[in-house]
Design a protein around this ligand. Structure first.
Ligand code: SME
Length: 160
């Protein structure tokens, strides 16, 4: 079996639709959360242009702890309310940040990061963690990206 999920779509909504199908196929029948997060990070990393970090922070006892990712080594523990990920965890709201340097408390794991989107992953009222995607381009993430990432988050919340 090969895992060739290369996606080349003409427009952003189509790309996210293809990405959703690929993600659903990739995690189908697998219950191991680490394996699913690792493959999801790799798939998103391979598919989205202009990203320099894709990965997960898990809610471990009310603290965000680094999970599977692609990109440079990152900070390991983030308090709720701290930085973009911590605010997403505390508020349970998607954080789409056009300029991370203007975000109070932003945690710069990679100085190349210029914009970021963080999607809280919630199942049955429980915050499982967050999906974090960084870009070296300012204002990389559009409303279409946000809608697509929220749908990816919904798939992930079911299987983590
Ligand atoms: N920039 C994030 C920290 C995580 S890294 O980007 C991987 C933040 O402010 O929460």
């Amino acid at each position: 079996m090969t895992y060739d999920f290369r996606i080349a779509a003409a427009d952003t909504p189509t790309m996210y639709r293809d990405l959703q199908s690929a993600l659903e196929g990739l995690v189908a029948g697998e219950t191991d959360a680490v394996a699913n997060m690792a493959n999801a990070a790799a798939l998103i990393w391979e598919t989205l242009p202009d990203v320099n970090w894709v990965g997960f922070y898990r809610n471990i006892g009310g603290e965000l702890v680094l999970g599977p990712f692609q990109g440079r080594p990152a900070c390991i523990r983030i308090a709720f309310g701290s930085g973009v990920c911590g605010v997403a965890a505390e508020t349970r709201q998607v954080q789409r940040v056009e300029d991370v340097n203007a975000f109070p408390g932003h945690i710069a794991c990679d100085s190349a990061s210029a914009s970021e989107i963080v999607v809280p992953l919630i199942r049955d009222g429980e915050l499982l963690g967050v999906l974090d995607i960084d870009s070296p381009k300012t204002a990389r993430f559009s409303e279409e990206d946000e809608a697509g990432c929220v749908r990816l988050g919904a798939i992930l919340s079911r299987i983590l």
